[in-house]
Write a protein that binds this ligand. Structure first.
Ligand SMILES: *[C@@H]1O[C@H](CO)[C@@H](O)[C@H](O)[C@H]1NC(C)=O
Ligand SMILES: *[C@@H]1O[C@H](CO)[C@@H](O)[C@H](O)[C@H]1NC(C)=O
Ligand SMILES: *[C@@H]1O[C@H](CO)[C@@H](O)[C@H](O)[C@H]1NC(C)=O
Ligand SMILES: *[C@@H]1O[C@H](CO)[C@@H](O)[C@H](O)[C@H]1NC(C)=O
Length: 960
C-alpha cells in the first residue's frame, strides 16, 4: 500500500476511534443528565456535546472533570459514571438531593484524583471497588449516610492525601493489612484520617500506626472504639491533631504519648481511660488539651501544668486531680480557658500576680478550695461554686455564682457604612449592599483557641478568605462571618456568607466554583483554625441564565471547551484560575425585580374581606403556570401535607431548589386573610430558626406560598418515629433551644413583634442538620404600637397547645406562645401527643413527677428513645422550665428570652456550648393581670375536643 494511503487510513482510524470514545463520554453524560432530570444547569439542554455543558471540563474532547457542587441535583449516581474513563475530578458536594448508593462502577474511573461528595445523601456501603482508584488524592465522603464498614481496599490508594469519612453511619473496625488484605496502615502518604462521628467499633488496631506514616490529623472522635490506645501511636511523630474523644477507650494512656511533640491539639476526653494522668512533659507546642471525664486514678497536679508554654486551653473536668494549683499555670502567656471542675483541687487558689492577659474563664466548681489569694482583685471569669470557700453562709463573692459573663458573640461588622434594609432573602453585605450571599458554615474540628469572642481571629480568617478570592480573581464583594459556637462534638462552628460583587446574586459558574474550593480544601485557613469542613446551604437565587438563541453557542460553553483544551495535564490550580478569570456576571437588571414586587397584587381586591394589598419587603412572585410546572401539575405524589387551609406540595424550581408550596383552598376568605398575614409577616422576618419564604403566587384565583423545603419534616414526625431520625437528649435540647430562639426573635426582635399563635411540634421543622425552624404563620398576629401588650381576638390555635388564659379571655399575649412552647417541651421529652386518649400531657407529667427522685421519677412517661437515664443530664431543669411555661396565668410564665437563657444554661450544664445568638431580653412584659378564667383543660369533657368537633379554625393544621 502507498505509504500516504496507509497514513490516511491510520488518521481515519484514529479519528473513528476518537469519535467513538467521545460518543462513549457523550452517552455517559446523557445518562447522568437523565438521572438528574430537570435539575441540571440549563446549558445541559443545548446540544449533545457534554464539553459545552456547564460544570463539565474536557481535555482533548474527553470529559475529565465534573464540578457540580451546590447545584441542587436530585437523583442518584448511575453506573454510567463508570463510562467516563478519563475523569479525574468528580465534585458533587452539597447536593442533599443526591441519594441511593455509590455505584461500584465508580471503581472504573482509574484516573480519578479527587472524589468530593461532601454533604450529599448517599447511603449504603462504600463500594470495595473504590480501592481501584489508584490515582486518588482526595477522598471526601463526609456528611452522607453511608453504612457498613470501611472497605480495606482503601489501603491500596497509595497517593491518598486526604481521607474524610466523617459523619456517616459506618460500623465495624478499622481495617489494617494482613497477608494480602490491604488496610489503612498502608496509607503512608496520607496526612488526614478523618473518621469521626460514625459508629466504628472494636480496638484501634496497633498495626494501624507505624513510623513511616506522615499523618498530621487523626480524627477518630465520637465513635464506639473500645480497648486501649495503642502505644504505636507514639511512633507517628508527625501528628499535630489527635482526637480520640467521645469513645469508650479504656486502659492507660501509652507512656510515649509525649513523644508526639508536634501535637498542638489533643482530645482524649469522654472515654474510660484509667491509670495515672498521662505525663505530657515536653509537648511544648500543645495549645488545646482536653482530658475531661475519664477514670484516672487519683493524681497530684502534674508538673507539666506549669510548663506547657503554648497552652490556650486546659480541660480536665472530672479527672480525679488533687492538690493545690500552681500559680504558674495561670501565668502561661496564651492561656484562655481552664476547666478543672469536679476534681479534688484544694488549698488556696492563687492565680499569680501576672495571670495571662487572655485568661477568660476558670471553672473550678466542685472542688475543695478554701481560699482565694486574689479574692478582692481579679478580672477573670472565675467559678468556685460548690467549693468550701462558697459554702460558708453569707458568702456573696461573684465567683460563687454560676452567672459569669462570657461574651462569645462575633459578627463581621459593616465596613464604615450603614447596613441597607433589604428584601426577602437579600442580606446587607459588610459593604452595605443588598445581595443574595452564598451561605454555609465552617466546622473547625480542632482550632488552637477556645475563647470564642476574639474578633481578631475571625477577622484574620475573613481577610484570608478575601485574599484567596482576590488572588483567584473571583468577584466577591465581601465575606461575613458570624455566630461562632462550640457544638456537641466540641467543634467550632462559624457561619459564612459570601457576597457577590456587582450583581445581586452569583450565577451558576460562581456557585460551583465556590462550592468546589470550599469542599476540596483548596482554600486553606491559617494554622490557628487547622482543617475545616464547609457545609453549604442551598443557593436559591442563581442569577438568571441568558437565554441562548438556537444555533449560537453559549459563551461559557465555549469557555469550558477552551479551558479543557488548554488544561492538558490537568493542573487544577490553572483550571480554577481560568474558571475564575472568565467568571462573568452576564445578566443585568436584576435589581429592578425587587422593586416591582407590588405588581403581582394588581388584582388584589380589598373589598373581598382580605384587607389592603399585602405589603411586601421582597419575596418573589410566581405565576400559576410556573408552580404548576414545578409540582408536575400539582400531582398527588407531590402532596406532603394537608390541612383546613389547603394542600401542601413539594416541588422543585428549575434550578433544582426544593420548595414547599402551600396552596389555599379556592374561594376561602379565611385563606385570603391568612395568606396575606403570612406573606406580610414572613417577608419581614429573617432568622436561622424561622422558615424562609421564597415567594408566593396570586394568580388565576389561586393563593400559594412558596417556602424553602425543609428536608427532615416536622418535629412531630421525628418524635413519632415516622421520619426515622432518632432524637437523643442532646438533639432534643438543641431543637428546643433553636425553636425557642426563633420564637424569641418573633417576640423581641421582629418589627412589629409577632405572636405566632400556633406553636406546636407540627409547626417546627427540622432541616438537614436538625436545626429547628418555626413555621406556619397563618394564624400569627403582629403587635401594633397601639396594642403593645396584647390583642383581643377570636380564639384560634390548636387544642392541647392553646393557652387556657387566652382561651378564656380572648386576649392574646406573647405568653400564649410561651404556654404552647411549654407543651412542646413536654412533648419533646415524652413524645406523647398533648392530648392522647383523653389524657393531657401537662397533667400527666405533673402527676408522674416526684422531685425527690432522680429525673424526678419520670422514667415512665419519658420517651424511651431519648437515651439512657444516666445520659439525661439537665432533664430536671428542662422539666422545671417547661412547667413554668405552662403556668395557668401568663404573668407567672417566663418570657421567651428567659426560656432561651434557661435552655442555654442547660446546654452548658451538659457540657455544650449553646451558641451565641442574642438572648438579650428586650421584651417588656405582656401579662394580663388578675383575669378570672376557667382553664379549658380543667374539665375532662373538654378534652374530647381533640376528636372531631372542633370549629374549623381550631382544627389541627398540618404545617406550611
Ligand atoms: C514537626 O513540625 C516541624 C515544623 O512544622 C517540622 O519541620 C517537623 O518535620 C515535624 N516533625 C515531624 C516528626 O514530622
Ligand atoms: C520518640 O521519637 C524519637 C524520634 O522522634 C524516636 O527516636 C524515639 O525512639 C521515640 N521514643 C519512643 C519511646 O517511642
Ligand atoms: C515525665 O516525663 C519527663 C520526660 O519524659 C520525665 O523527665 C519526668 O520524670 C516524667 N515525670 C513523671 C512524673 O513521670
Ligand atoms: C457583660 O459583658 C458585656 C459585654 O462585654 C458588658 O457590657 C457588661 O458590662 C458585662 N456585664 C457584667 C455584669 O460584667
Amino acid at each position: 500500500m502507498d505509504s500516504r494511503i496507509r497514513q490516511l487510513v491510520v488518521i481515519i482510524f484514529i479519528q473513528i476511534w476518537i469519535a467513538a470514545a467521545q460518543n462513549q463520554d457523550s452517552a455517559a453524560m446523557q445518562a447522568l443528565k437523565e438521572a438528574w432530570q430537570n435539575t441540571t444547569p440549563p446549558s445541559w439542554n443545548e446540544g449533545s456535546d457534554p464539553c459545552g455543558w456547564e460544570g463539565i471540563i474536557c481535555t482533548n474532547f474527553r470529559v475529565t472533570q465534573i464540578y457540580l457542587p451546590s447545584m441542587q441535583l436530585i437523583g442518584g449516581l448511575p453506573g454510567d459514571i463508570g463510562q467516563l474513563p478519563e475523569l479525574q475530578i468528580l465534585a458533587l458536594s452539597y447536593n442533599p438531593g443526591l441519594t441511593g448508593s455509590l455505584t461500584p462502577a465508580i471503581g472504573k474511573l482509574s484516573k480519578l484524583t479527587n472524589l468530593v461528595l461532601v454533604g450529599c445523601s448517599f447511603s449504603g456501603p462504600i463500594p470495595d471497588t473504590i480501592g481501584n482508584l489508584k490515582q486518588l488524592v482526595i477522598l471526601s465522603l463526609n456528611a452522607n449516610r453511608f453504612t457498613g464498614s470501611i472497605p480495606p481496599s482503601i489501603g491500596n490508594l497509595k497517593h491518598l492525601y486526604w481521607l474524610d469519612l466523617t459523619e456517616n453511619q459506618l460500623t465495624g473496625s478499622i481495617p489494617v493489612s494482613k497477608g494480602t488484605t490491604p488496610g489503612l496502615d498502608m496509607l503512608t502518604h496520607a496526612k488526614h484520617f478523618h473518621l469521626g462521628d460514625n459508629q466504628l467499633s472494636g480496638n484501634i488496631p496497633p498495626q494501624l500506626f507505624n513510623s513511616n506514616m506522615s499523618l498530621i490529623h487523626l480524627l477518630f472522635e465520637s465513635n464506639k472504639f473500645t480497648g486501649s490506645i495503642p502505644s504505636t501511636l507514639g511512633l507517628v511523630t508527625s501528628l499535630e491533631v489527635v482526637r480520640l474523644d467521645r469513645n469508650s477507650l479504656t486502659g492507660n494512656v501509652p507512656a510515649n504519648i509525649n513523644n508526639l511533640t508536634n501535637v498542638t491539639e489533643m482530645f482524649l476526653s469522654y472515654n474510660q481511660l484509667t491509670g495515672n494522668v498521662p505525663n505530657l512533659t515536653g509537648m511544648n507546642l500543645l495549645n488545646y488539651l482536653d482530658l475531661s471525664n475519664n477514670k484516672f486514678s487519683p493524681s497530684d497536679i502534674p508538673s507539666w501544668f506549669s510548663t506547657l508554654q503554648s497552652l490556650t486551653t486546659l480541660k480536665m473536668k472530672n479527672t480525679n486531680l488533687r492538690g493545690e494549683l500552681p500559680a504558674a499555670l495561670f501565668e502561661l502567656p496564651q492561656l484562655q480557658n481552664v476547666d478543672l471542675s469536679d476534681n479534688q483541687v484544694d488549698g488556696t487558689l492563687n492565680i499569680g500576680s501576672n495571670p495571662s492577659s487572655q485568661l477568660q474563664r476558670v471553672d473550678l466548681q466542685m472542688n475543695n478550695i478554701v481560699d482565694f489569694t486574689q479574692r478582692l482583685h481579679y478580672t477573670i471569669g472565675l467559678i468556685l461554686v460548690n467549693n468550701p470557700i462558697c459554702t460558708e453562709s453569707g458568702v456573696t463573692d461573684k465567683f460563687c455564682s454560676l452567672l459569669t459573663n462570657t461574651t462569645t458573640s462575633y459578627s463581621t461588622l459593616p465596613n464604615n457604612c450603614i447596613p441597607a434594609s433589604c428584601g426577602a432573602g437579600l442580606v446587607s453585605s459588610p459593604n452595605c449592599k443588598c445581595a443574595f450571599p452564598y451561605v454555609g458554615f465552617f466546622i473547625f474540628k480542632a482550632p488552637s483557641f477556645s475563647s470564642l469572642g476574639n474578633a481578631t481571629i475571625y477577622n484574620s480568617l475573613r481577610d484570608s478568605l478575601m485574599t484567596f478570592f482576590r488572588k483567584s480573581q473571583f468577584p466577591v464583594d465581601s465575606v461575613s462571618l458570624m455566630n461562632p459556637y462550640r457544638n456537641l462534638d466540641d467543634y467550632l462552628v462559624l457561619n459564612l456568607e459570601v457576597f457577590p460583587s456587582g450583581e445581586l446574586s452569583f450565577n451558576r459558574t460562581g456557585i460551583l466554583w465556590l462550592g468546589f474550593v470550599l469542599s476540596n480544601q483548596t482554600f486553606k485557613p491559617s494554622k490557628n483554625f487547622n482543617t475545616y469542613v464547609f457545609i453549604a446551604q442551598n443557593y436559591a437565587n442563581f442569577l438568571a441564565e441568558v437565554p441562548v438563541a438556537k444555533g449560537k453557542t453559549n459563551k461559557s460553553s465555549n469557555t469550558a471547551v477552551i479551558i479543557g483544551s488548554i488544561a492538558i495535564g490537568g493542573c487544577m490550580l490553572v483550571i480554577l484560575l481560568a474558571i475564575a478569570g472568565v467568571y462573568a456576571f452576564r445578566q443585568k437588571g436584576q435589581a429592578q425585580r425587587a422593586t416591582q414586587q407590588s405588581l403581582p397584587f394588581a388584582l388584589w381586591d380589598p373589598t373581598s374581606g382580605s384587607g389592603d394589598v399585602p405589603q411586601l419587603k421582597g419575596a418573589r412572585s410566581f405565576t400559576f403556570e410556573e408552580l404548576k410546572k414545578y409540582t408536575s401539575n400539582f400531582s398527588e405524589i407531590n402532596i406532603i401535607g394537608a390541612g383546613g387551609y389547603g394542600m401542601v406540595y413539594r416541588g422543585s424550581l428549575p434550578n433544582g431548589q426544593l420548595i414547599a408550596i402551600k396552596r389555599a383552598q379556592q374561594g376561602s376568605t379565611q385563606g385570603g386573610l391568612e395568606f396575606k398575614t403570612e406573606i406580610e409577616l414572613l417577608s419581614r422576618v429573617h432568622h436561622k430558626n424561622v422558615v424562609a419564604l421564597i415567594g408566593f403566587c396570586f394568580d388565576h384565583g389561586e393563593q400559594m406560598l412558596v417556602y424553602e423545603y425543609i428536608v427532615n419534616g416536622t418535629l412531630k414526625d421525628s418524635l413519632s418515629g415516622r421520619s426515622g431520625i432518632r432524637l437523643d437528649w442532646l438533639r432534643r435540647l438543641k431543637i428546643a433551644l433553636g425553636a425557642a430562639r426563633g420564637l424569641q426573635y418573633l417576640h423581641d426582635l421582629a418589627d412589629p413583634p409577632i405572636i405566632h399563635r400556633d406553636v406546636k411540634t407540627n409547626n417546627i421543622l427540622l432541616d438537614e442538620r436538625l436545626v429547628a425552624k418555626v413555621s406556619d404563620f397563618g394564624l400569627s398576629k403582629p403587635l401594633s404600637d397601639a396594642n403593645r401588650t396584647h390583642v383581643t381576638t377570636q380564639v384560634k390555635g390548636t387544642m392541647g397547645y392553646m393557652d387556657p388564659e387566652y382561651y378564656m379571655t380572648q386576649q392574646l399575649t406573647e405568653k400564649s406562645d410561651v404556654y404552647s412552647f411549654g407543651v412542646v417541651m413536654l412533648e419533646l421529652i415524652t413524645a406523647r401527643n398533648p392530648i392522647e386518649k383523653g389524657k393531657y400531657i401537662v397533667r400527666e407529667v405533673k402527676q408522674a413527677m416526684n422531685k425527690s427522685k432522680p429525673l424526678y421519677g419520670l422514667h415512665e412517661v419519658l420517651d424511651p428513645t431519648i437515651g439512657l437515664s444516666n445520659q439525661l443530664k439537665g432533664l430536671e431543669r428542662f422539666v422545671d422550665v417547661s412547667l413554668r411555661c405552662v403556668e395557668v396565668t401568663g404573668n407567672q410564665r417566663p418570657p421567651m428570652s428567659q426560656v432561651v437563657k434557661e435552655l442555654e444554661m442547660i446546654m452548658e450544664l451538659v457540657g455544650l456550648n449553646p451558641g451565641t445568638e442574642s438572648s438579650s431580653s428586650t421584651s417588656a412584659s405582656y401579662e394580663v393581670m388578675g383575669v378570672d378564667y376557667n382553664d379549658p383543660y380543667s374539665n375532662d369533657s373538654l378534652l374530647s375536643y381533640n376528636g372531631g368537633f372542633l370549629p374549623p379554625e381550631l382544627q389541627p393544621k398540618e404545617n406550611y
